[in-house]
Ligand binder design. Structure first.
Ligand code: PMP
Length: 354
């Protein structure tokens, strides 16, 4: 069991059941007689892990066989450059909705390969609100890239508008956290270490027709088509990381996404209500419709209040509430594995500071 309450933004808390199963597998994986850390990526046991994980991703996303599920290396950032490397022609243009630091970085990475245009940005507001959706998005763009949840300042897209170009989403910090129409996307991806497992693995789900749109030659490791052909096992796959993601997928599937969404909404409401009614803490995101259910960010009005909350958390074995280095203040990450009970304990401390 976990000793400490952990609100880290990623790597983040994993459910105790998942940790328990993962630890068991590190000791001995099923009937193999050895640890999962020693398991061949070419053997039948790992083939089963891959198969079940792909099946569960499609089930949870309600996607049919027109999509391919990939487990890749390189975390979120590798997708920042794999996407343009595959789909942005040197003479073409792609559009980016800059709703936060990671969205901006994704656009910067894309600029190495072609014209990466900012379609909308809320940088001037320090990303504390979502940018207004652009009035017109040119149909000829190679793709439009969005970030569904902005981990650093705590905003999240609600309804995703229809766009003509293929829509690509970074869902690193809110995948499987709410009911969502995944069929809107030509491709979506997520670094696993927040809602879906541990660092070192990224999930990418790509619509098959996109594989015909790949615009340049590249080393196979970075080609979605080559990775699909080799079934995420082109080089030595991250066997343990993918297994932990499978355990997370089973855990999510057992609860069901509607129930997870309900609890996530409740957890976020508890923290936002405490901050909104506080005389000493101020939320970053004042526009309620823009607020993230996953990362609640706020500051203290005085250094004393800031110090008091940090001290209280330390005394009560609560870790991980310091804000990102770019934002300062506090950030409480409320991914799927965080229990309402943990959140209630934190909220009691927040409310005690007046
Ligand atoms: N996208 C988002 C939304 C993120 O929050 C992060 C990391 N916190 C990344 C991408 C980058 O992920 P990685 O560190 O795995 O490259």
């Amino acid at each position: 069991m976990q000793a400490k309450i952990n609100f880290n933004a990623g790597p983040a808390a994993l459910p105790p059941e998942v940790l328990h199963e993962a630890a068991k597998a590190v000791n001995k994986y099923k009937k193999t007689g050895f640890s999962i850390l020693e398991l061949s990526h070419r053997g039948p046991e790992f083939a089963e892990i891959l198969e079940e994980s792909k099946h569960l991703v499609k089930k949870l996303c309600k996607l049919d066989d027109s999509y391919e599920v990939l487990w890749l290396h390189g975390g979120g950032r590798q997708q920042f450059f794999m996407v343009p490397m595959n789909f942005l022609p040197q003479e073409g243009a792609a559009g980016y909705i800059e709703s936060g630091h990671w969205a901006e970085e994704a656009r910067q990475y894309a600029a190495f390969y072609g014209d990466a245009q900012t379609l909308a940005s809320s940088k001037k507001s320090n990303y504390t609100r979502l940018p207004d959706w652009p009035a017109k998005i040119p149909a000829k763009l190679a793709y439009v890239h969005i970030t569904t949840n902005n981990t650093i300042y705590g905003t999240q897209l609600g309804q995703i508008p229809e766009v003509k170009p293929p829509l690509i989403a970074d869902m690193s910090s809110d995948i499987f956290s709410r009911q969502h129409d995944y069929s809107k996307y030509a491709l979506f991806y997520a670094a696993a270490q927040k809602n879906l497992g541990i660092a070192g693995v990224a999930l990418a789900v790509v619509r098959k027709d996109m594989l015909k749109r790949i615009v340049r030659e590249m080393p196979p490791m970075l080609s979605y088509a080559a990775q699909v052909k080799e079934e995420s096992n082109l080089n030595t796959a991250n066997v343990f990381g993918i297994y932990v993601s499978l355990l997370m997928l089973r855990w999510i599937d057992a609860r069901g996404i509607p129930a997870i969404e309900k609890e996530n909404k409740l957890k976020a409401k508890l923290v936002y209500d405490a901050i909104d009614s506080s005389k000493v803490f101020v939320p970053y995101v004042t526009e309620k419709a823009d607020r993230s259910m996953m990362n609640v960010c706020f500051t203290a009005k005085t250094p004393e209040a800031e110090k008091r909350l940090l001290t209280l958390c330390e005394e009560h074995d609560i870790a991980g509430i310091k804000g990102h280095r770019l934002a300062g203040g506090f950030r409480v990450s409320l991914y799927n594995a965080i229990s309402t009970e943990w959140v209630e304990q934190l909220v009691t401390l927040i409310k005690s500071i007046t």
